[in-house]
Design a protein around this ligand. Structure first.
Ligand code: SF4
Ligand code: SF4
Length: 353
């Protein structure tokens, strides 16, 4: 039994702990939703479900060719263009030109993910450029104070528990610094993005627990995608990945909305089905990724050297999950069942109490 924010006592549906999937104790208190009304993004998701994705509705921009870290698994510095970048005015000219050649229906463009290098090294580009998009996501390593932009979805990338994160990222003190950055901005929507590799898969539970307890809004997961020129040992083979996905499903059933991705995304990432998603990658066909020079990258934001057959990026699976009607209905039924169990448990507690 747990106390939630409105003092109602609720029973968390038991997670499938079978086969020793989880080792730590997890305590989850349902958070109050800010509003019961659907957000604009909820409505957009309904649109994707009904009509599919708009072509070129999604853009990613490599904000800077610089980063204040050098992580072992970084794809960014393996690309060929990284010795130059557009200045901010040139980027704005480029976005203005796109606006001029777009129809009223297309503009503002749907969604932009601002990545890097480290995007907060050039805050001024995002400051000026984000008005061209309905929704903006900034993916940062969390070491630079977050600007107070409540309209942005923030992602802080984390690569393990404290020790491993700092080993992979070659810098001491940055785990706690990212956590402090989160705590200093309770008004911002911050999601933790955990990239799972062979080296850090064992600390998955610890990372989920740490960041839930630190007050992050959500957590999201990718698996490391091999890049031709980076050493292989970081890639988690499919059998091991399936087991980690089972762990994630067990954790999702405990942490519910703290996991930003629906359970069906995790099922789509399993080896028996993942290739059917990546062979028709919607991230590649429905988005445009710009490198720091403004040139369009092949494939996706990871560039032409990314290995699609072993892709662990959550985006194509998430996009597939928004249009796969059967999986959406199955997830909705499961969530309704959980909600009914919680409501019944609340009534029972009130009667007994
Ligand atoms: S923080 Fe991000 S951009 Fe910087 S080196 Fe690490 S993975 Fe690459
Ligand atoms: S690497 Fe993954 S996200 Fe990129 S194009 Fe290939 S399948 Fe899509």
């Amino acid at each position: 039994m747990l106390e939630n924010a409105t003092t109602q006592t609720v029973e968390v549906p038991p997670a499938p702990r079978g086969d020793g999937l989880l080792e730590l104790e997890h305590h989850y208190t349902p958070r109050q939703k800010k509003s019961v009304l659907p957000t604009m993004y909820d409505l957009a998701k309904l649109g994707f479900f009904l009509f599919g994705f708009p072509k070129n509705g999604f853009v990613s921009i490599d904000v800077s060719k610089e980063c204040n870290l050098r992580c072992k698994h970084c794809y960014f510095f393996e690309q060929d263009f990284i010795d130059s970048e557009l200045d901010v005015d040139m980027w704005i000219d480029k976005l203005e030109a796109l606006k001029r050649t777009s129809t009223m229906k297309e503009f503002p463009f749907m969604q932009c993910t601002w990545v890097g290098g480290e995007p907060l090294i050039r805050k001024d580009l995002i400051e000026r450029g984000r008005k061209y998009f309905r929704w903006n996501t900034v993916v940062t390593n969390g070491t630079i104070p977050l600007p107070n932009w409540p309209d942005v979805n923030w992602y802080i990338s984390i690569d393990g528990d404290e020790a491993l994160h700092e080993e992979i990222r070659n810098k001491k003190g940055i785990y706690k610094r990212a956590m402090q950055n989160l705590k200093d901005h309770p008004n911002l929507q911050v999601t933790i993005a955990f990239c799972i590799t062979k080296q850090n898969a064992h600390c998955l539970e610890r990372v989920v627990k740490d960041w839930y307890e630190a007050g992050a809004g959500h957590i999201s997961f990718d698996f490391y995608t091999p890049i031709e020129t980076i050493e292989e040992p970081m890639w988690l083979p499919f059998d091991e990945r399936d087991r980690v996905l089972d762990q994630l499903i067990a954790l999702k059933r405990i942490y519910q909305d703290f996991f930003i991705i629906p359970e069906r995304v995790l099922r789509l990432m399993k080896q028996d089905i993942c290739k059917s998603v990546t062979d028709h990658c919607m991230f590649s066909t429905h988005s445009t990724s710009f490198g720091p020079t403004g040139a369009v990258k092949e494939k996706c934001m990871m560039g032409p050297k990314a290995d699609c057959d072993r892709c662990g990026c959550v985006v194509p699976f998430y996009m597939a999950s928004l249009t796969d009607r059967q999986l959406i209905v199955e997830d909705a039924v499961r969530e309704l069942r959980f909600a009914a169990k919680r409501a019944a448990s609340g009534v029972l507690t009130a009667l007994v109490g």
